[in-house]
Write a protein that binds this ligand. Structure first.
Ligand SMILES: Nc1nc2[nH]cc(C(=O)O)c2c(=O)[nH]1
Ligand code: SF4
Ligand SMILES: [Mg+2]
Length: 245
């Protein structure tokens, strides 16, 4: 399977969940490589924005695919995780649901020796998980992409997948907003798919504290008004714009 590469190894790191409903929870993050979307402001574009691809990204730098990819077998990933000091894992990317078969194999190996492992998945909500994978995951954090991502609506909004997660008892919706203009778009989606306000988390976009500050207070007020939740980006506040945190 393909993970993002960080220095000489795969991008696996022990940190606090920085976003969404479980902000502050200690976790091991595993960053898969590859995504089916290509958002213009993506902060992990080294998982998909490779040399020779036509995708447009705000930073405009293309990555060498081999330099930013780490191939690893599910069993090897499981043994690296077993050596870490935490039993809660966040699977992120890229888009982790592109490799759910391999991830499920890894989960099975870990749980065979310790059933206490728990897993969250960060996904763009365009793929319906396989039943076995779905059942193995304690929490899905769905981030549907809005028009400011630059993606065609037909690619970023997949009704069968969004409908699946809207009805899912363990799914939460995290919307990245760049400003008050995005609120109407989020409200329309929430209404169309029947997502209760309490399951919506509004989060500012930004790779630095200064960028977050541009919209955080306005978005927090908007969340309060609508009965939505608000999440800052804790890891950005604590550690700034770096990888592996
Ligand atoms: N600390 C921390 N929390 C996160 N929550 C979601 C992340 C992601 O990149 O998917 C992330 C991340 O990269 N770091
Ligand atoms: S869906 Fe997420 S990982 Fe994929 S391009 Fe968009 S922001 Fe990046
Ligand atoms: Mg991130």
């Amino acid at each position: 399977m393909k993970l993002a590469r960080l220095d000489a190894g795969p991008e696996i790191f022990h940190t606090l969940q920085g976003e969404g409903v479980s902000v502050g929870r200690p976790a091991i993050f595993v960053r898969t490589s590859r995504c089916n979307l290509h958002c213009r402001w993506c902060d992990t574009d080294y998982t998909w924005n490779f040399k020779g691809t036509p995708w447009e990204h705000d930073r405009g730098t293309k990555h060498d695919k081999a330099d930013v990819t780490f191939e690893i077998a599910p069993a090897e990933l499981a043994s690296r995780l077993a050596a870490m000091p935490c039993r809660h894992v966040v699977l992120t990317g890229g888009e982790p649901l592109l490799q759910q078969g391999e991830l499920l194999e890894m989960i099975g190996l870990l749980r065979a020796t310790d059933p206490g492992w728990s897993f969250e998945v960060e996904t763009n909500g365009t793929r319906v998980p396989e039943p076995g994978f779905d059942a193995a995951i304690q929490q899905f954090n769905i981030s549907p992409k809005l028009s400011h991502s630059g993606m065609d609506e037909a690619l970023r909004i997949v009704p069968v997948a969004l409908g699946h997660f809207a009805a899912h008892p363990r799914a939460w919706f995290k919307f990245v907003a760049t400003g008050p203009g995005d609120l109407e778009e989020i409200g329309t989606l929430a209404e169309h798919y029947g997502i209760a306000p309490d399951r919506i988390v509004l989060m500012p976009e930004g790779r630095t504290a200064a960028e977050l500050d541009r919209s955080a207070a306005k978005l927090a007020a908007a969340a309060l008004e609508r009965g939505w939740r608000f999440s800052d980006r804790l890891h950005v506040r604590l550690w700034g714009d770096q990888r592996g945190v």
